[in-house]
Design a protein around this ligand. Structure first.
Ligand code: NDP
Length: 246
């Protein structure tokens, strides 16, 4: 029996990219999934394709604590428990500091840091009381080093790394905590970049072109973390395209 089979796995940011592919792979491995994101049409379509016995969703804005509490309760009501959280929702409106796009900075802090914390809070006591659980946070290689324009995004992703390590220490012996640091992969993430200067910069730098690898590779890394048997966790996974030198 796969270590994923029969698990109840909550995935944020499941309406596209890593979250969507991971949801499909989890169900292929015999798990139940409870999915959250803001785009209801996407979640509905995905759940229909996965089957109502295997998948449920609730429209969720991770910047709202209440939404995450409702999502967790919805999962517990339908499937009886939450075994694993894939804390994946995120945005990446890269920009240069001189552009002063402070609303985007606020949004990144709200989604990428506060959203991750609210999701952890929503499942933490449920998992600790049961004495087990898995929390997989999605950081980025931008959470290990910077490029021009990534100051705030990197700040949020360094925070995800720190939060993961703190969570690991404080939940020792009970929770399996993983932080994944992806390089460039094919998803919708780049569409949140609106700063024209940033877009021009990324287009003009040859090293940023044609790097991205399929999102399935990160979903496979998430599955690897989910497959770890009780008593052990893959604490950190860095996965980059081989052509990515940053
Ligand atoms: P996508 O843009 O394809 O997916 C992002 C997901 O996050 C969507 O499902 C989106 O759903 C959700 N989301 C965004 N804002 C909110 C919100 N306020 N509330 C709830 N859900 C939200 O990108 P990826 O799959 O690439 O991104 C997943 C994670 O991977 C992010 O944390 C990202 O930073 C990280 N990452 C991605 C890399 C890549 O190369 N693709 C590299 C490194 C890290 P909706 O809009 O429907 O709410």
């Amino acid at each position: 029996m796969s270590c994923i089979e029969e698990k109840v796995i909550l995935i944020t940011g499941a309406s596209s990219g890593f979250g969507m592919v991971t949801a499909k792979k989890c169900v292929e491995h015999g798990a139940k999934v409870i999915l959250g994101a803001r785009r209801e049409d996407r979640l509905k379509e995905l759940c229909e394709s996965l089957g109502s016995k295997n998948a449920a969703f609730m429209t969720t804005d991770v910047t709202k604590k209440e939404d995450l509490n409702n999502l967790v309760n919805h999962g517990i009501n339908i499937f009886g428990r939450i075994d694993s959280l894939v804390n994946n929702a995120g945005i990446m409106p890269l920009s240069f500091i001189e552009q002063g796009r402070t609303d985007e900075w606020d949004q990144m802090i709200d989604v990428n840091i506060k959203g991750v914390l609210y999701a952890i809070d929503a499942v933490y006591s449920h998992m600790m009381e049961r004495g087990s659980g898995q929390i997989i946070n999605i950081s980025s290689v931008a959470g290990k080093r910077l490029i021009p324009g990534s100051a705030v995004y990197s700040g949020t992703k360094f925070a995800v790394g720190a939060i993961s390590e703190g969570l690991r220490i404080e939940s020792a012996g009970k929770l399996q905590v993983t932080c994944i640091f992806p390089g460039a992969f094919e998803t919708e993430l780049g569409s949140s970049i609106k700063d024209e200067k940033m877009l021009e910069y990324l287009m003009s730098e040859a090293k940023y072109a044609n790097l991205a690898q399929p999102a399935e590779r990160i979903a496979d890394a998430i599955i690897y973390a989910l497959e770890q048997k009780p008593g052990v966790a893959a604490n950190e996974i860095v996965l980059r395209p081989t052509a990515q030198d940053f």
